[in-house]
Ligand binder design. Sequence first.
Ligand code: OOG
Ligand code: MG
Length: 262
Amino acid sequence: MQLDRATIEQLAAHVESAELEARDITKITDDFPQMDWEDAYAIQDEIRRRKEARGNKTVGLKAGLTSFAKMKQMGVETPCFGFVSDYMARPDGGEIKTSELIHPKVEAEICIVTKAPLKGPGCHVGTVMAAIDFVLPAVEIIDSRYRDFKFDLKSVIADNTSASRFVIGGRPRNVEALDLRTLGVVLEKNGQIVAMAAGAAVLGHPAAAVAMMANHLGARGQEIPAGTFIMTGGVTEAIAVAAGDSVNVRFQDLGSVSMRFV
Ligand code: OOG
Ligand code: MG
């Protein structure tokens, strides 16, 4: 680690306030170029601690930048990991208030809930498949706190990987009934198809994103408990939305997820 504890806490407060007040900030690596990966995750952990201390429950984990489309869009080459809190959840078919957000984008994500703990190192697609209780679809609304949605990987990790809102919809299915690689996803905005992909867009298999997450957490002495909701990352590039937009995502075999931005 390059940053001391006081700086980690100060940066966590800085980035989290930007989230809660919906105002953008310059990316933190501009001011702390020496920041390393451990610092970045330590800032994210401190944001999580702040939210939990305030009474917000952590209700899921997320992998980000797991598809080539997303990596290309954001100019990075490595996935990253974050969490989602209870207050970020919105109902399927509901409204998302853009006044609470800076410059939201939507992403279609194949999600799982685990029925057994996953502890890296050594997790792979097989380990993950054996630990999946069921699969369900979601839309993540990401909202980078960084100006013009421009960042580097360390800054975005410190910003809890742009986590902002999420909508779970469709219907849960047993993993045996699905082929997660060929599962098709069609993203519509205002009735027009704007992006589509299949599950394999995520690291060749969405379970690979979960394996990578388990190995990442294992290296930090943590495990993914049974019963964890995990978002495996946007299958296509993220689509910008504004007040007045409607989004509907159709997931093969899993139903659809929709929302309206107001
Ligand atoms: C980082 C978060 C990416 C995903 O699913 O790829 C993410 C970002 O692009 O702002 O959640
Ligand atoms: Mg995402």
